[in-house]
Design a protein around this ligand. Structure first.
Ligand SMILES: [Zn+2]
Length: 166
């Protein structure tokens, strides 16, 4: 059973069949399972002996179909769509961030970062420094700049007693 709800037109579908609209009343009829705020009814629909209420969470806009029997006993509920709670956005964002996470920093990169940048820029040009860092991070780099930088490694070692081996 799949409920779909066109909330703007108060039209509720069960497996693509429109359920007759019984009434439209706004009542607090439950608590959002997602954020614990009040869920308000939007429209009441008839399904055989049952009543299906299209309802929306006040806070996060999650939409529910809540099903009652003819004695108004609660039979169940379905989440039709989850709302626009910022919490959801955060979750999505963190998932995205995780999926594009870069591999762990290489020992070379950690070592490079420990060298004060003013020492690096005293010997290397910005393009050469970029090439060194890119190489150490396993990213694309301009070979020409890295070769140029490598020629200065000995010079750098003489000046700052720091060995580079990228
Ligand atoms: Zn909610």
């Amino acid at each position: 059973m799949v409920y779909e709800y066109d909330i703007d037109n108060s039209t509720l579908y069960l497996d693509s069949v429109e359920l007759p609209l019984h009434s439209q009343e706004e009542n607090v009829i439950g608590t959002c399972s997602d954020c614990n705020s009040d869920v308000m009814s939007v429209s009441y629909h008839v399904q055989d002996e049952k009543t299906v209420v299209g309802a929306k969470c006040n806070e996060c806009n999650t939409i529910y179909a809540i099903i009652y029997d003819d004695q108004w006993n609660w039979l169940g509920e379905e989440v039709i769509s989850t709302g626009s709670n910022p919490r959801h956005a955060d979750v999505e964002k963190s998932v995205v961030t995780m999926s594009v996470d870069e591999p762990e920093d290489s020992p070379e990169l950690i070592y490079l970062r420990s060298i004060p940048s003013n020492k690096l820029s005293a010997v290397f040009s910005p393009a050469e420094i970029e090439a060194i860092f890119s190489k150490a991070s396993g990213k694309k780099y301009v070979r020409q700049y890295l070769y140029r930088a490598r020629k200065k490694y000995q010079n750098f070692n003489d000046l700052f007693d720091t060995t580079l081996n990228i």
